[in-house]
Design a protein around this ligand. Structure first.
Ligand code: FES
Length: 327
């Protein structure tokens, strides 16, 4: 049967019941993917016409009122249909793998955030903004976004400690320098779009600063000249961190404007107080042709996404990494 691939306007022949990602690969259609197991979201695409079997939910998609997004690696073709794939010029393929790493540094960034550095036994290819799964022991496993790779090839992570958290408690109290950690990945689709030349809106909530730092570092090291507005939202003044790094990046990239916004307990004389959504509403006008990178808690990401869309950013140009802080 025929499947029409947009925006390439290309028809491929597919056997009934074929896996969509495998069919795209067999037809040499450029397509981003990583985990191939429905976990990372990198292979997300949209059903424009017809129905497919969504293996992740075991139902035909799209449903009424559904935006029609599916994961190609978990989707099976059951009838002729039209699929829209992500920007074909921004394809990222870093097959997920498992690499051993060693803890080289554990330091306090704030009262409840630690910076963790790991030295991998082998280099891991990833795109700025992606995340990995860290396995400290078989019982202590969590996904964390990379803040980037340091000059010496080490990975950096920012870990918020949760009161009575099982895994973060382990990191705070038991993890030692030299301990082994299994790193699986990379995962995630909220990665830097390197071919985009227009303005970028980067919004980080709390430790969402880690992937945003990775995106900024990647953009600057690639020589991108895009105007960038970074909004870093924290709950209270003692949650602010990373100002030295941000000042350093702003020096390297004069078109980077950093806005730190404190939602409660801030001093209006010296700090911007309120919500990042309010700050964006006040500061920025029409955002058509911008790209947005949003990393933080689901409520923050959702409310910022609404503001971004209302101001004109196309939904497919909003790249979001929403995470619950897990203990
Ligand atoms: Fe499909 Fe990861 S490659 S969700």
């Amino acid at each position: 049967m025929e499947v029409l691939i947009q925006p390439l306007n290309r028809v491929i022949q597919v056997e009934p019941g074929a896996n969509l990602l495998e069919a795209l690969q067999a037809a040499q259609v450029p397509m981003s993917y990583s985990c191939m197991a429905g976990r990372c979201g990198t292979c997300r695409c949209k059903i424009l016409d017809g129905e497919v079997l969504d293996g992740a939910r075991e139902q035909q998609r799209p449903l009424d009122g559904d935006e029609g997004y599916v994961l190609a690696c978990r989707t099976y073709i059951t009838e002729p249909c039209t699929i829209e794939i992500q920007e074909p010029d921004e394809i990222v393929v870093h097959p997920a793998r498992i690499v051993k790493a060693t803890v080289t540094s554990i330091k306090d960034l704030t009262h409840d955030i630690k910076r963790l550095r790991l030295k991998p036994a082998k280099p891991v290819a990833f795109s700025p903004g992606q995340y990995v799964q860290l396995q400290f022991t078989p019982e202590h496993v969590r996904p964390y976004s990379m803040a980037g790779v340091c000059d010496d090839g080490e990975f950096e992570f920012h870990v918020r400690l949760v009161p009575d958290g099982r895994v973060t408690g382990y990191i705070a109290n038991d993890l030692k320098l030299g301990d082994p950690v299994r790193v699986s990945g990379p995962l995630g689709s909220a990665y830097l779009r390197r071919k985009h030349e227009g303005p970028m809106l980067c919004v980080a909530g709390g430790t969402g600063l880690a992937p945003i730092l990775s995106i900024l570092r990647g953009a600057i090291s690639d020589g991108m000249r895009n105007p960038i507005h970074l909004y870093f939202g924290v709950r209270s003044p003692r949650d602010v961190y990373g100002l030295d790094w941000l000042a350093h990046l702003a020096q390297a990239h004069p078109a980077l404007k950093v806005h730190v916004v404190v939602s409660s307990g801030g001093d209006p004389a010296t700090q911007r107080c309120g919500l990042v959504t309010e700050a964006i509403e006040q500061d920025l006008g029409d955002l058509t042709d911008w790209r947005a990178y949003l990393c933080g808690s689901p409520p923050m990401v959702e409310s910022t996404m609404l503001v971004a869309r209302r101001k004109g950013i196309a939904p497919e140009h909003v790249y979001a990494d929403a995470f619950y802080t897990q203990g």
